[in-house]
Design a protein around this ligand. Structure first.
Ligand code: ATP
Ligand code: PRP
Ligand code: MG
Length: 281
């Protein structure tokens, strides 16, 4: 099984970090390598440009891939989306100079739009029934309206800083994107793919959760259980030869502070809070 992973850019580090936390750490450095092994002998990594990953997976150079949804849509690749990995959140937007003539997409009939996403742009204007000329650029798209190359752009925004600095404003949203795990249809259902998906999901599920351990007086167990919020009932274990039970539970990080205070009030002792690396159901 080969997983295609961004070789550089902003998606590289978070992707390797996520694989590592999922127990699929990449062996050896990843600098400028094309292939790398993981700790699982059956799983290797193919490093590729984020934009090329959809095609590599579709063509069989890799089996599954991690990249932005925008990249998959731009490539027009027919891939199955398995998990939203929750990072690389951004929007592809139509943007035009602030206080200019372009107030809405329909103002672009007969006008020019610069973008690194010509395929998405074609689809978008076809859907809007607007006849705009699309100019493909390979970067610094935000400059083009100021050098009379284009009347508007279709580009990525997340914080909005780049648009603001370039005196552009959003006219319409074309696509919402985030980094996701994709698979070719014929491998989406295999056991190995499902195992990788489960491992990645277990890391996401553990995010923001804490493991709580404590000792509680046996006769106050009901009150103690009441205090521990949600996420499936706590695990209770007898402590031999004592009137005390050990209680373990998974708790949302944001509830830890109030929960500990409430537990103390109910007579809990030896309270331990630890991080959770993975949560497999
Ligand atoms: N500002 C951003 N905020 C959040 N996600 C982003 C942002 N810019 C890009 N992305 C996501 O990351 C993906 C890859 O962008 P990135 O800039 O890392 O690649 P790249 O431009 O090809 O890298 P490089 O220019 O170094 O080759 C995009 O397709 C998008 O899904
Ligand atoms: O809304 P913002 O938070 O400002 O982010 C948007 C910018 O981020 C990306 O560029 P990136 O930083 O990847 O540089 P690049 O053009 O070299 O890819 C994107 O192409 C935008 O220019
Ligand atoms: Mg970029």
């Amino acid at each position: 099984m080969k997983i295609a992973v961004p070789n550089k850019g902003r998606l590289h580090d978070p992707t390797l970090d996520l694989l590592d936390r999922a127990g699929l750490g990449v062996e050896g450095g990843s600098d400028r390598q094309l292939y790398a092994d993981t700790v699982d002998p059956d799983i290797s990594i193919l490093f590729a440009r984020a934009a090329d990953i959809p095609e590599y997976v579709a063509d069989g150079a890799a089996d599954i891939g991690i990249t932005g949804y925008d990249m998959v849509r731009e490539a027009g690749a027919d891939l199955e989306e398995l998990i939203d990995l929750g990072f690389g959140n951004c929007r592809i937007v139509l943007a035009a100079p602030q206080d200019g003539d372009i107030q809405q997409v329909y103002d672009l009939d007969g006008k020019t739009v610069a973008t690194e996403f010509p395929h998405l742009a074609e689809e978008y204007f076809a859907e809007m029934d607007v006849d705009a000329e699309i100019v493909e650029v390979s970067g610094a798209t935000e400059l083009t309206p100021h050098v009379d190359m284009a009347d508007a752009i279709i580009d990525i925004t997340s914080t909005g800083t780049t648009l603001r600095v370039n005196r552009l404003e959003v006219v319409d949203e074309v696509l919402k994107s985030s980094v996701r795990l994709f698979a070719r249809d014929d491998v989406a259902g295999t056991e190995k793919t499902q195992q990788v998906a489960m491992a990645l999901r277990s890391v996401l599920d553990a995010d923001g959760k804490r493991y709580l351990m404590l000792n509680a007086p046996q006769d106050n167990l009901d009150a103690i259980e009441e205090v521990i919020p949600g996420l499936g009932g706590p695990t209770v274990m007898d402590v031999e030869g004592q009137d005390t039970v050990a209680v373990h539970a998974v708790v949302e990080e944001r509830h830890v502070f109030e929960t500990i205070n409430a537990l103390k009030d109910e007579g809990a002792t030896g309270i331990l809070v630890t991080e959770i690396e993975r949560l497999v159901d």
